[in-house]
Design a protein around this ligand. Structure first.
Ligand SMILES: [Zn+2]
Length: 572
């Protein structure tokens, strides 16, 4: 292509509200422009990159036997009602009515639609396994779109779905995707790591996220400094010393604590009660029922872990009115001693962090304002229904596998794979006949990559102060030819000859045929991030060109024959 005929609106102006490097660079380098919050117009250079990324994804999906579909973005709401997800996703789902008044949704994912195709067409074990995928537009009404392409309301997703007869089959489909994703990210020039993740609103038996370390990322991941352990903080476990009980063991006793409302105030009250000897009582509403969640006083509760442990789809903190109605006391004086739970009681479940199991001589609220109880023994004085890992991992904790030090870092999710199991096939009745004559729900997995987010992630990992540095595999052009003076006949004809040679060798090349100063052209070439630059200058008449990699400072002189070899060899 010729620069003069292309639409590349580079600008020096940083867009407003930039929080991610990729956002600023993709706008300044003329790849995209914002239409509305969370929706971007992708311009020609971006579409070239997007197509290369999609080609890489297609080739790797094809390697694992996946078949490409293209489903409707318009979905009937009834399918979401059937899977039971309508409420769980109501915040982010774009809904509309057609002219006849039918309820429709713009797809935010396609588990329901693919499951509906499976249940009417896959009836026998002989038809499995199957892996189906598509690359299609998804819509999510995000509360706060931001970070350019990192969090948007409309985006392309590669979503695939596996259908298997049994757990072993699902394990195999999951492993195939895990390996394919590793290859996809490596081919896109990304240094990705796999982390254990929480399944969230997707449900199912387990999931793995693919992450890159990035300050623009909104996720926090816990990694071990010694072993391979890596997990999203929503899921991460850790080891920590359980503090030994305070030396003086007190009797179970209610005591007056005027104006003591916080862990800290109680630490400093009277004889002093260390935070690790206190029990923090939090009140939640989980699928409409009141839940008391208990953690050690110096720990934070992790809501994702609580949601997984309870197995509920909707979880929120209780309002003060709900709390007073349940426990007859205000936050700051709450506790679980003597609270009954289960059918017929206001509290459905009392769940406590594992670190509280078996603990004695603890302090907690008395469910009476300005009173606490001490000498509490968890097992004796509380009817805890379930102990689970509920606390947030802290950097001072140790690795759950090898007890070494851990690190908590910002990371950006670039892919997520789920073992759905029978989560959708059960509720939507997608069953198959087995060899032994029994009928059972199909085992499913679902697997996603956001295409434009991947483009932004590549920019996050490949840039410098001058602009983007695309890896060759996804760059819009492999080479840019920069004639230093387009008015010079010798330079112009040498540039045209070289351009023709590169094109006929099948190399994506951009010829900067603009009548601009060399400095302007160099700056634009760096900003838009073409991996290789060939400068055509004074030695053009002798057939000598200056060759420079975007990633390196120094240039070297090459003949056109040498150039062709060099350009062809460079693959990353
Ligand atoms: Zn470790």
């Amino acid at each position: 292509m010729r620069y003069s005929t292309m639409f590349i609106p580079t600008t020096r102006h940083e867009p407003a509200g930039v929080q991610a490097i990729s956002h600023g660079l993709l706008v300044r380098a003329g790849y995209m422009q914002q239409l509305i919050a969370g929706a971007y117009s992708l311009l020609p250079l971006a579409q070239m990159v997007r197509r290369k990324i999609m080609d890489i994804i297609r080739s790797e999906m094809s390697q694992i036997g996946a078949q490409e579909f293209f489903l409707s973005a318009l979905q009937p709401i009834e399918l979401w009602d059937e899977s039971g997800r309508t409420t769980a996703v109501s915040d982010v789902m774009f809904r509309l009515k057609d002219r006849k008044g039918s309820d429709l949704a713009l797809g935010l994912t396609h588990e329901e639609v693919f499951t509906s195709i499976a249940r009417t067409n896959l009836t026998s074990y002989k038809q499995l396994p199957q892996i189906w995928y598509q690359m299609q537009t998804k819509f999510r009404d995000e509360l706060r779109p931001k970070g350019g392409l990192l969090r948007v309301r409309e985006f392309t997703m590669k979503d695939s779905y596996s259908f298997d007869v049994d757990e072993a089959g699902l394990d195999r489909s999951f492993q195939l995707h895990r390996d394919a994703y590793k290859r996809i990210f490596a081919r896109c020039g990304l240094d990705a790591i796999c982390v254990d993740a929480s399944s969230g609103a997707m449900g199912g038996a387990g999931s793995i996220e693919f992450m890159i370390f990035s300050d623009s990322g909104e996720d926090l991941i816990v990694t071990c400094t010694e072993c391979e352990y890596a997990a999203n903080i929503e899921k991460a476990a850790s080891k920590a010393e359980i503090p030994s009980a305070t030396t003086s063991t007190s009797e179970f006793e209610k005591f007056h604590t005027p104006n003591v409302r916080t862990i800290k105030q109680l630490e400093e009250f009277g004889e002093g009660f260390p935070a690790h000897s206190q029990i923090k009582t939090l009140v939640f509403v989980a699928d409409g029922r009141i839940v008391l969640a208990l953690v050690q006083g110096d720990q934070e509760l992790n809501e994702s872990k609580l949601q997984s442990a309870l197995g509920v789809s909707l979880l929120r903190q209780a309002t003060e009115v709900e709390i007073i109605d349940t426990l007859q006391a205000s936050p700051g004086s709450l506790g679980a001693c003597g609270v009954e739970s289960g059918e017929g009681f206001k509290v459905a479940t009392i769940i406590a962090d594992k670190r509280l199991q078996g603990r004695t001589n603890m302090v907690t609220g008395a469910n009476e304002n300005d009173f606490h109880v001490k000498g509490v023994s968890i097992e004796r004085d509380m009817k805890v229904n379930k102990f689970a890992d509920l606390h947030k991992v802290r950097e001072t904790d140790n690795c759950v596998r090898c007890a070494s030090a851990i690190k908590i870092s910002n990371a950006l999710e670039i892919g997520h794979i789920f073992k759905l199991g029978t989560r959708y096939s059960s509720t939507m009745n997608a069953q198959i006949l087995h060899a032994d004559g029994s009928r059972n729900p199909i085992l499913m997995g679902s697997y996603g990559i956001g295409v434009e987010r991947l483009m932004a992630a590549i920019v996050e990992q490949h840039n410098d102060e001058f602009g983007i540095r695309w890896p060759v595999s996804v760059a819009p052009f492999r080479v840019i030819i920069v004639p230093v003076n387009w008015q010079n006949e010798e330079i112009r004809s040498a540039s045209e000859r070289l351009y023709a040679e590169l094109i006929s060798a099948g190399i994506d090349t951009l010829l900067d045929d603009r009548d601009e100063r060399a400095g302007v052209k160099f700056n634009d070439a760096d900003l838009i991030g073409i991996p290789m630059r060939v400068t055509v200058g004074k030695k053009a008449g002798q057939g000598i060109f200056e060759f420079k990699l975007r990633s390196e400072k120094s240039a070297k002189e090459l003949s056109s024959e040498q150039l062709l070899v060099e350009v062809g060899n460079l693959t990353s």
